[in-house]
Ligand binder design. Sequence first.
Ligand code: SF4
Length: 256
Amino acid sequence: MQLFNPDAEQAPLIADTPEPKKIPLLEREPQCGDIRTWSVSSIQVFEDCPYRIYLSKVKKCPEPPAEALERGSRIHELLENFVMGHTEEDTLGEVKYFIDEAKRFREGYAEGKVIVEDDWAYNTQWEPTGWVADDTWGRMKLDIMVFEDETSAEINDWKTGKKYPMKAGFQGMVYALGAFARYPKLEFIKSRFLYVDKGDTFEKTYTRGRMDSLKERINLRALALTTETHFPPKPAKWSCRFCPHRETGNCEFAEN
Ligand code: SF4
């Protein structure tokens, strides 16, 4: 019985034949799958529902503009402009809980201690590379980085919407690894998530010495995505509710 064959380009998954034996993740070529690059959000989408990432990245189905994403971009932009000194405090109405933080970042930026909105990309060895280069594997977008001194820094990420500690924990770990790879003298990183709607925060700290074991965990999750060639649907009320492919009707497996 054929269970799933949403697209002729994708091999069918057969229910009554044993699944082909998979090569262990760490023995695979890191970019041998249909999706060669990863980001924190693409890994999380893939883990929630492989078919969703297939529709977005392989089949490239158009996605309707999401209100939440548009709001997030607008808030990032207004904070970026304020921290860089292009606008004044009266533009910060939507981030009222973090006006003091925004001012601290602005002062740090004026003193040359703060980086705002940077694009970081890495190859499979975690060496910095171009955003779109032949060897680009992982990508991350930095919101604010504050250097306290040569060995210590703080990475801040603005968040709209609800707090999801598991997701933030993974992102914090990935960004810390990215920062250690980029700045070899750093020994300590505090990762902070600033939830603008509630004025809440989520923080974790990382030392360079701890990163080897964390790197292995991150690599396994990134390899799972970038070596995959089969993307079965995983319908679930929660993930289908926020999936753009349910709205467009591109997914025939959506759970209502
Ligand atoms: S609607 Fe549900 S099953 Fe379909 S792609 Fe989205 S998350 Fe997956």
